[in-house]
Design a binder for this molecule. Structure first.
Ligand code: GCB
Length: 615
């Protein structure tokens, strides 16, 4: 695999003329800029007018392949994510199109390559435009509803249906992948606590497949092979379980034979652990689970929603420092490297599709089918990508549908929509609970709560409603939690609660936006929910401040972060650290390895050597 990241060319296409003028044929010309890939175009090229640009932009680079690699191999272009639609050409030949951001896709480009050793021209047209049939959706500018005075006050710039910045571009790595002519195309692994390991392999052509299970030291524990089957049932004796405190990973080594020779081989890591919902509780390896952590965003200064490996490590380290054991990939799938880190470092992840503030436009279920198809496809692609990660404990299939309070929601069509989605998810993966997340409007009556195993609720009593009155907020929250549990008997995760906070603002009285108010708000909520047996966790909104469209209620950034956008702690972080690191509802086995002691963490120092000459 070769990383095609680096400095590419980019040209915006606001008039949508690139296709008709065949911009994919020759090197881009005219208003062409240099852009670092991976990375969103918005902040990098702010001074060139890209800051708020939503639309098409053409990207190009060149790559060469040495002869030994090109001959007798297949060559693929793999794109980690293109937000939100990408069309690909190589040397002027149309290769394919992928719709939907945040997930990877790949194309076989072998037949479009020129002679080995010569530069190939790769062009991707990336379109960040959304619609009512995409995920996420757009606001429908043609709907008369958005012209009413009530909605005029909700308009955002750039216009979005959601509260995060609409970055566009090639946000994750673009790779050249060289495989043999015959190759393994996918591996999926299911395991159970007693050591059962089921591996399913896809390969377009094979004469024999072999699967071996290896421990972390690469010793072979068991194996199986077949000339006809592609499903293997293996067993590990006395398995070492995966948990946050001991994130132990096995490997499935899959070998593909053609004419008795191994032509392709792949190692896929997995962990043995179980997550289930029983009697209003979530059990992890048969112990009651309490999730402490955050809703996050995948975004950073300058790089936008671009792959940023050091920040991925830093974020996990900050979560370890604060005593969190989990997070949600709000409001879209994150870089798959985050899941890999979660596997290694022992974090529990709720994996979300980009179905944020879903809006329906009809009371007739049939009319909603195009959106439902997109939604199912997004769930399918997410599960295909992430199902082998032990860190992924649940699929989040929607966040706050009907946030925009459109009139078509609380009805039979809506119920059927979510029921189909839930059933569909379960057919793809029955081993993980499904979570659906509601907003406050219909409380326990919200139709989305019927179709899930874990109820997620985002609540802002004391902030968006009845601001400042935290005692009232506590009462409202307690009442709603009780009523919701009575109605469904399902565990409830508070997936969001929080207060916008400007670091450095202080007050001696209850004053929104100050650090003291954020702390008071957070701990009032924790007090209420931690007293309820059926609440399986608290995810604070948000881990860090993030960029959002412009609106009078946001001062450039969304400020509900526990950390600033550049990852410095606000005062609430220290109190949370004290609380979560000692909170008895979080079992020791459900905590990632402890951070270093103390507040002033000593640096790692080299011992001073005596007698060494000073230079
Ligand atoms: C929510 C949304 C989240 C927002 C948050 C807020 O419920 O899920 O995307 O950022 O509220 O603070 O308004």
């Amino acid at each position: 695999m070769f990383d095609l990241g680096g400095y590419w060319n980019i040209k915006a296409d606001p008039e949508d003329e690139g296709l008709s003028q065949s911009w994919f044929e020759d090197a881009l010309d005219g208003d062409v800029h240099t852009i670092a890939i991976p990375g969103s175009w918005n902040e990098q090229l702010e001074e060139q007018g890209f800051k708020n640009y939503v639309g098409k932009a053409w990207h190009e680079t060149w790559f060469t392949i040495p002869e030994v690699m090109q001959n007798n191999h297949r060559v693929w272009i793999r794109v980690g994510a293109a937000d939100h639609r990408a069309t690909v050409w190589v040397n002027g030949t149309y290769i394919g199109e992928h719709v939907g951001g945040y997930v990877p896709f790949e194309f076989d480009v072998t037949d479009a390559l020129i002679e080995a050793g010569e530069p190939n021209h790769l062009v991707l047209c990336v379109d960040s435009t959304l619609s009512m049939h995409t995920l996420p959706q757009d606001v429908d500018p043609n709907s008369p509803m958005y012209d009413t005075p009530a909605y005029q006050r909700r308009h955002l710039y750039p216009a979005t249906r959601f509260d995060f910045f609409p970055y566009g571009g090639l946000t994750r790595s673009v790779n050249l992948v060289i495989t043999p002519r015959e190759y393994i195309s996918s591996i999926s692994i299911d395991s159970a606590l007693e050591g059962k390991v089921d591996v399913k392999v896809q390969a377009p052509v094979f004469h024999k497949l072999r699967v071996q299970v290896l421990d972390a030291d690469s010793a072979i524990l068991c194996e199986s092979e077949s000339e006809t089957a592609n499903e293997f049932n293996l067993k590990i004796e006395n398995p070492r379980l995966w948990s946050p405190s001991d994130p132990y990973l096995y490997k499935a080594r899959v070998s593909l034979y053609v004419n008795s020779v191994i032509v392709d081989e792949y190692d896929e890591e997995f962990g043995i652990r179980e997550i289930k919902v029983e009697g209003g509780k979530v059990l992890f390896n048969n112990e009651e689970l309490f999730l402490a952590g955050f809703g996050k965003h995948e975004e950073f200064p300058i790089i936008g929603r671009g792959q940023f490996r050091p920040a991925y490590i830093k974020d996990h380290e900050l979560m370890r420092w604060i005593g969190a054991n989990s997070y949600r990939t709000s409001h879209y799938p994150y870089d798959e490297e985050m899941m890999r880190l979660g596997d290694r470092l022992g974090f529990l992840i709720i994996d979300e599709v980009a179905a944020v503030s879903l809006g329906f436009w009809s009371n007739n279920f049939e009319d909603l089918k195009p959106l439902l198809d997109t939604h199912k496809q997004a769930i399918k692609e997410l599960i295909e990508r992430d199902r082998n990660h032990p860190s992924v404990i649940s699929w989040s299939i929607t966040n706050e549908p009907n946030l925009w309070a459109e009139e078509f929601y609380q009805n039979e069509a809506g119920k059927q929509y979510f029921k189909e989605l839930y059933d569909f998810t379960k057919t793809l993966d029955s081993t993980r609970p499904v979570i659906s997340i509601s907003m406050a409007m219909f409380k326990e009556e919200d139709i989305v709560l019927e179709s899930c195993d874990i109820i997620g609720i985002n609540r802002y009593y004391g902030w968006y409603t009845k601001p400042v009155d935290l005692d009232q907020a506590a009462q409202d929250l307690a009442n709603e939690l009780e009523a919701t549990f009575q109605k469904y008997g399902k565990p409830i995760l508070i997936t969001e609660f929080g207060a916008d906070t400007v670091e450095g603002l202080h007050s001696t009285t209850a004053q929104m936006f100050t650090e003291e108010f954020q702390t008071a708000f957070t701990f009032k909520y924790l007090e209420v929910m931690e007293a309820c047996d059926f609440v399986c966790g608290a995810h604070i909104w948000n881990f860090a401040d993030f960029l959002t469209p412009q609106h009078f209620r946001r001062v450039v950034w969304h400020k509900k972060g526990t950390f600033t956008r550049d990852r410095f702690p606000k005062s609430v972080a220290f109190k949370l650290r004290e609380h979560w690191n000692t909170f008895e509802k979080i079992k020791d086995t459900h905590r990632p390895a402890k951070p270093r002691e103390g507040f002033l963490v000593p640096d790692i120092k080299k011992p001073i050597k005596k007698g060494v000459e000073y230079s």
